[in-house]
Write a protein that binds this ligand. Structure first.
Ligand code: SF4
Length: 425
């Protein structure tokens, strides 16, 4: 852990667009992490990581192992003998998959998930998926994507997975709204009820909860991103002719209203009806947020780059809870998808893209924020220096979207501050 360096207080150099870009050492989880929430979402899919014992340990420790349930993720471990020859590795992979599918006929979609080791030995998982698909379709559809930790961050695993699904979706000419991003079922159901109340007749989700129910896509599809980290998936949907509805992301009362409003406008819902449907839950969300405003208003927050949720969450915390933004770091800044979010940030907010962890930690120490949002590995060292932290990954695992979760989202940020106050007493 670094203390404040000699230049820590100097303003960091920013680009012509006002954004600080950093390229240095990174401290983030890899894309395999996404399997933890994706395997819960697509209930008849299996995620087979082709990787090392390190990959297996990461998954097991992050996801836990259910003793009585058959897990729906696993690791085909690349042994030393596999490193000697690709032919062996391919044969071994085919053997593992054949054994798995014979034992688990309930698996309808199998993702071969690439890792650092499979990339290092240049194991071509897209060819392996094609080969295995010919053998096991239509009972089981085999796809592949990379969750490798080289130059990625952990939410990119979901983006890569959904982007791999898009070319496989059937064509559909239906006029429909597609909600893109893996949401907890309870949150997805809340949104589906709101869209139904608005009178939007056909609403589909990507991913669907079952492999056989993946939606169609085509030029009459309008899609809303539920997560800000789906850059590749958005590009893949654009290629299929779908049209992105630009909006704030559905965090907090205002974000959720703007997100729903974008769909309402695209589907010709009247303003009166929109108001009638959204006013009651919006009011509930505002009340829930008010309970945390005293604790959070005026507090200063620093986001280290981790989940790619940073910009929308910063907008929510500043706009709806009155927090001050010291720095909003994000691993990648997809300006196209974040255009509304960036416009809604307080003027002059320092945004940094990428990571140079030592320099960022120096800036954290120099500015001494009330709360720092960061990865697991950085939290304890920062706490040791007297700073309060929030794990970024917790924000991805918790239901935080929509009106009904707005209060819970605020509480996630208030909790570390409350805890510190209690410790102080
Ligand atoms: S994919 Fe790479 S970064 Fe992720 S656990 Fe495996 S070896 Fe580590």
């Amino acid at each position: 852990m670094s203390g404040a360096g000699p230049n820590a207080c100097a303003a960091p150099p920013v680009g012509a667009d006002g954004i600080l870009r950093e390229r240095g050492q990174r401290e983030v989880f890899c894309g395999l992490t996404g399997i933890i929430w994706l395997h819960r979402k697509i209930q008849d899919a299996f995620f087979l990581v082709v990787g090392s014992r390190t990959c297996a340990h990461l998954l097991q420790s992050a996801a836990g192992v259910m003793v009585f349930a058959e897990p729906r993720f696993g690791t085909a471990i690349i042994e030393e003998k596999d490193l000697a020859g690709l032919a062996d590795a391919n044969e071994e992979l085919d053997r593992v998959v054949t054994r798995l599918l014979a034992r688990r006929p309930d698996i309808r979609m199998l993702f071969l998930v690439g890792s650092c080791p499979s990339e290092v030995i240049k194991l071509d998982l897209s060819r392996a998926a094609q080969r295995l698909n010919q053998r096991f379709a239509p009972n089981c559809h085999v796809l592949n994507y990379s969750g490798s930790g080289i130059e990625t961050t952990f939410t990119q695993g979901e983006d890569a997975c959904l982007a791999a699904l898009v070319p496989e979706l059937p064509f559909s000419d239906a006029r429909q709204l597609m909600v893109v991003g893996s949401l907890p079922d309870v949150v997805e159901d809340q949104f589906l009820r709101l869209f139904a109340d608005l009178g939007i007749e056909k609403v589909v989700s990507l991913p669907a909860r079952r492999a056989g129910a993946m939606p169609g896509v085509g030029p009459n599809t309008r899609y809303l991103l539920a997560q800000p980290f789906l850059a590749e998936t958005g590009t893949a949907l654009d290629k299929r002719g779908a049209v992105h509805l630009s909006a704030l992301f559905p965090f907090g009362a205002e974000g959720t209203t703007a997100w729903l409003h974008a769909a309402a406008q695209a589907f010709g819902v009247s303003e009166d009806r929109f108001e009638m449907v959204t006013a009651p839950p919006r009011e509930r969300a505002r009340k829930a947020l008010a309970a945390h405003r005293d604790k959070l208003a005026g507090k200063r927050i620093f986001f280290l780059p981790d989940s790619q949720l940073e910009v929308p969450l910063a907008r929510f915390l500043a706009g709806e809870l009155g927090m001050g933004l010291v720095e909003v770091g994000t691993p990648y800044l997809h300006k196209g998808h974040l255009i509304d979010e960036l416009a809604a940030l307080p003027p002059g907010t320092l945004i940094s893209e990428g990571q140079d962890v030592e320099k960022q930690l120096d800036r954290v120490q120099a500015s001494r924020p009330d709360l720092t949002v960061c990865g697991l590995g950085l939290a304890n060292p920062l706490e040791k220096t007297g700073l309060s932290t929030k794990w970024a990954i917790e924000l991805v695992f918790s239901p935080i979207h929509g009106y009904e979760q707005a209060g819970d989202l605020a509480e996630l940020f208030a909790r570390p501050l409350n805890r510190r106050d209690l410790l102080r007493v």
